[in-house]
Design a binder for this molecule. Structure first.
Ligand code: GLC
Length: 583
């Protein structure tokens, strides 16, 4: 290939076949899998009670297989009073009855494994529910549970005789992070809800309990874990220190988590010791995946969770840069997109593996955050880049945020901000039932209601309609899932030949294979671009269209057509995948 890109000498000397074999031999399974996140309450309801369940998920195993994803990650399915919809666990080794039984779990695991799919569970170590037996006993100071949680005496008492919390620490969900327990006459600490008391990881027994929980599920044959809220695991031992007010946060509400900075409650060095212990346990089993949820503005802090060659930790911390860097469409440009990709790749420790997350249960849906016109282009981007893509359920059909009224709102994060402000904080709009077909409740349930409203657009936006249509988000997604398993995507190289304000492009290439060029129009206007004029490398005069966004209906870009790279026309937000032979 006559491209003016320098390749390392070592790779140059290998034939394509050899390079391919080396990569294949070493690569663990998650290098080729798409991870698909299921929010169990909202995927499929088999019982008719309006909330999704395990049997419902198992009934969709064929759908998941055909979709082309390799791994299914379930948000928590453990026994829970559902104050934070499963992220408040009352028994870490029992299935929540709302979701089914342990037999249902075993059947779901078998249904996925039979189809060659893998199953990853959510592990929520930072806190339990206040209804967990440990907490009930800890509140009574019953041994050996007395120090399972973070307890503290009041700093003093106010004029009305009310106890004053030991410090000013705030909950991520707003308000004080300390709640008074009458029974014990002490405060307990909770980084999230009062119903989610923080476990005390300075207590060896707690550490052992959590290790046993990991083993319990690994022995049940699951393929890995997504570990929740990892940066919150430890706080400083000295509870007398207030956290400082954050500089220039712009946050006025003094009870909002964002108004403080958090040197004493996140990213404490002890966290890595514990993650290492978990890694060691997982390494006693063949090829288990560990992904950690780590939100942080400081990329260096995020990267620490990869560990090093000598002390490997997580297989990857989630890469939230495609969420964090683009809160609004106006933030998005070709150049900004390139910066976000580079930020991860340039900071990732050598030899580690990237991942790309576009959305999840804590954020608005892709189509609502970026614009619906960009749905296909962004799926093309994350599915074709080297690295593991993580897809939130429904993104394959381009579901968008639903309208959820104050009366219907369930999410505690939204409810804590009250009627006036709940919309800015509620995570419900992205958690509504999966849209399967145009029947009542989008085919999600045979019951008479659903725990969150179904998006009103379900009659036209659903799996069945998109399976039948000639072109659809779903069909594009499936085609991408198929393509990414092959070269040059599986083991090929990557370049960004054209990066401007409105355009972004990704080239995947490998000697001996056809090259693929994804061109994206990041703007909200139609774009005509001369790739040759802007390219930082040689490109062929023409290329063949492989895939295009559903919004593009032009005659010239019908898949199979030959397009001229000097006058490429893209509709707003379009992704156009092109192919050309070596030249
Ligand atoms: C994580 C979860 C979120 C949950 C929180 C507390 O951030 O993704 O949904 O509310 O942890 O467990």
């Amino acid at each position: 290939m006559a491209m003016s890109l320098k390749r390392p000498q070592l790779e140059e000397n290998l034939t394509a076949e050899k390079r391919h074999k080396i990569k294949r031999k070493k690569a663990p399974w998650w290098h080729s899998d798409i991870i698909y996140q299921v929010y169990p309450r909202s995927f499929c309801d088999s019982s008719g009670d309006g909330t999704g369940d395990l049997k419902g998920i198992a009934s969709k195993a064929d759908y998941l297989k055909e979709l082309g994803v390799g791994t299914v990650w379930l948000s928590p399915i453990f026994s829970s009073p559902m104050a934070d919809f499963g992220y408040d666990v009352a028994n870490f080794t029992a299935i929540e009855p709302l979701f089914g039984t342990m037999d249902d779990f075993d059947a779901l695991r078998a249904a996925l494994h039979d189809r060659g799919l893998r199953l990853v569970l959510d592990f929520v170590p930072n806190h339990s529910s206040d209804e967990h037996e440990w907490f009930v006993k800890s509140r009574r100071k019953e041994e050996p549970y007395a120090d399972y949680y973070i307890w503290a005496d009041p700093k003093g008492f106010d004029e009305e005789g009310q106890p004053i919390p030991p410090n000013n620490w705030l909950s991520v969900f707003r308000g004080p992070a300390w709640t008074w327990a009458e029974e014990r006459q002490q405060f307990y600490f909770h980084q999230f809800l009062a119903k989610q008391p923080d476990l005390n990881f300075r207590n060896q027994r707690v550490r052992d309990e959590m290790k046993n929980i990991l083993k319990f599920w690994l022995d049940k044959g699951i393929d890995g874990f997504r570990i929740d809220a990892i940066k919150h695991l430890f706080e400083v031992a000295d509870l007398s220190q207030d956290e400082p007010v954050a500089k220039n946060s712009g946050v006025e509400d003094p009870m909002d988590y964002g108004c403080l900075s958090h040197p004493f409650t996140v990213n404490q060095p002890e966290t890595f010791e514990v993650v290492k212990e978990w890694r060691d346990i997982m390494d006693q089993y063949p090829e288990k995946l560990m992904m950690v949820e780590m939100w942080d503005r400081d990329i260096g802090e995020v990267m620490k969770y990869y560990g090093s060659d000598s002390v490997p930790l997580a297989d990857f911390p989630f890469n939230f840069l495609l969420i964090d860097s683009f809160r609004n469409r106006s933030d998005l440009s070709g150049a900004a997109l390139k910066d976000a990709l580079d930020l991860w790749m340039d900071n990732m420790p050598e030899g580690k593996w990237p991942n790309w997350v576009l959305g999840n249960h804590d954020n608005g849906r892709v189509g609502s955050r970026f614009g619906e016109d960009l749905i296909d282009a962004l799926n093309m981007l994350v599915l074709l880049l080297p690295g593991t893509p993580v897809t939130y359920y429904g993104e394959e059909i381009g579901m968008v945020d639903a309208t959820v009224s104050w009366e219907e709102t369930q999410d505690p994060q939204g409810r804590h901000y009250g009627r006036e402000k709940y919309l800015e904080h509620s995570r419900d709009p992205a958690r509504t039932p999966m849209q399967w077909d145009s029947s009542a409740f989008a085919g999600f349930t045979k019951g008479k209601s659903t725990w969150l409203p179904v998006n009103k657009n379900y009659k036209t936006l659903n799996v069945q309609a998109q399976s039948r249509a000639d072109t659809s988000h779903l069909k594009i997604y499936k085609e991408l899932a198929r393509l990414r398993k092959r070269e040059p995507f599986a083991g090929g190289r990557t370049a960004y030949p054209v990066v401007t304000r409105e355009a972004f492009s990704v080239l995947r290439y490998l000697e001996g294979y056809e090259s693929y060029l994804l061109v994206m129009n990041t703007s909200e206007e139609e774009l005509e671009v001369d790739l040759h004029q802007h390219a930082n490398m040689e490109l062929p005069p023409t290329a063949e269209v492989v895939l295009r966004s559903v919004t593009d209906t032009a005659e010239a870009t019908v898949p199979g057509s030959e397009v001229n790279l000097s006058e490429l026309k893209l509709v707003a937000g379009e992704g156009l995948l092109l192919r050309f032979a070596e030249f």
